[in-house]
Design a protein around this ligand. Structure first.
Ligand SMILES: Cc1ncc(COP(=O)(O)O)c(C=O)c1O
Length: 374
């Protein structure tokens, strides 16, 4: 068997070596070298927010650092209820259920809602957690060409699925699903639309095509580790659906509940994101600045209007070389390879956040321009 290293697919963890420095929010250290981080999903910079750091301490003091039991035993507290309520208010769904991670929420949802008698249609590029959950469920799964509403429509008509699954903002491409059109097709054939909103929630509330809520989907999964800057996730849906999950989702029933301190931080982060148009306005300004700079410098980009800005390279050796050239210039950019993305579409995944300064972006774009014109 060819080793992962020989195939250029070895995955390595690198340890960040410095503690948090709130004065340099985008600086990360590996060994003794600092880099500007262009690979985090902390789009609004909230993981370093002094308000949320204080909320973590307050939440721990009020509710404890651990929940001590599963939610159905004694692990469900006021901190959890308050967060569920805030998420329902933010999205318009009737009820919410909290999980310790988005991966757990997605796979639990798939395994609990579907079995071998169900048919599900999903976008080709939905997240691994959904695919794994669906595989385990035994449901019959058909996948349509990414974001192709005509292909989705034909597949829905042919297979009459119980549910259609998409992401709102796709994690590796940064593009938006045609939620309104998909929802219309789903309603016409009485299928549920389930939207993984991990990279949409709180990111760009005004981007209508990307914005998921109860008006354009039946079930929505939000994760707290991206725009909210903290940890955990929620499934949002009708009261009947959430009651069904509480009664049947084994990952929920047989697992220690999200820490109440984490629930409290996510509650505060939800409030910040929902009350402040300034955060998403600042993020839009950073995205626009980056895109304009790339255009002027002739750096090839996709039409993504979100903080996820991929540059598809294709060849694995070339990607490796480019990533190391960026590192040599103090720039940390994700190099994403198959199987995370489809074969032949290995890429740089640049992610922007509101703390990127114009000079940091100028440095990135100048380096990209040199590297791509060489
Ligand atoms: C689209 C999508 N869904 C779900 C997840 C899982 O979320 P979490 O990191 O909270 O487990 C991720 C994270 O990588 C993601 O990108």
């Amino acid at each position: 068997m060819q080793s992962a290293a020989d195939a250029g697919l070895l995955r390595q963890r690198r340890m960040i070596s410095a503690s948090t420095d709130v004065t340099e929010p985008n600086q990360i250290w590996f060994g003794d070298k600092p880099y500007i981080n262009f690979s985090s999903n902390d789009y609004l910079g909230l993981s370093q927010s002094s308000q949320l750091i204080a909320a973590m301490a307050e939440g721990a003091k009020r509710f404890g650092v651990g929940s001590g039991a599963s939610p159905l035993v004694t692990g469900y507290s006021d901190a959890h209820r308050q967060l569920e309520q805030a998420l329902c208010e933010a999205t318009g769904h009737e009820a919410a259920l909290l999980f310790c991670s988005g991966f757990s929420a997605n796979s639990a949802l798939m395994k609990t809602l579907f079995g071998k008698h169900e048919r599900v249609v999903a976008d080709k590029l939905v997240h691994a957690s959904l695919i794994d959950g669906l595989r385990e469920s035994g449901a019959s799964l058909k996948r349509f060409t990414h974001n192709d509403i005509d292909a989705a429509t034909a597949m829905i008509a042919q297979y009459q699925p119980q549910a259609v699954i998409t992401e709102s903002v796709f994690s590796m491409d940064g593009d938006c699903a045609p939620l309104a059109a998909l929802f219309k097709q789903c309603q016409a054939s009485e299928a549920w639309l389930i939207v993984d909103d991990a990279h949409g929630f709180g990111v760009l509330p005004n981007q209508q095509a990307c914005r998921a809520d109860a008006s354009n989907c039946d079930v929505q999964i939000v994760t707290f580790g991206k725009a909210l800057g903290c940890q955990g996730a929620a499934v949002l849906a009708s009261r009947a659906c959430i009651d069904f999950l509480v009664a049947n989702a084994r990952d929920y029933i047989y697992s220690t509940a999200l820490s109440p301190a984490s629930a409290y931080v996510a509650y505060k982060a939800t409030q910040m994101v929902m009350r402040s148009a300034e955060l998403s306005g600042s993020l839009s300004a950073v995205i626009n600045y980056f895109k304009q700079a790339c255009e002027q410098a002739g750096v090839p980009l996709t039409p993504s209007v979100t903080p996820i800005q991929p540059i598809v390279v294709g060849d694995l050796d070339k990607l490796e070389l480019i990533a190391s050239q960026l590192k040599a210039q103090g720039l940390w950019v994700g190099a994403i390879r198959p199987p995370t993305v489809p074969k032949g579409s290995a890429r740089l995944r640049i992610t922007l956040n509101i703390n990127h300064s114009q000079s940091q972006i100028d440095h990135l774009v100048a380096t990209l321009s040199q590297v791509f014109s060489a």
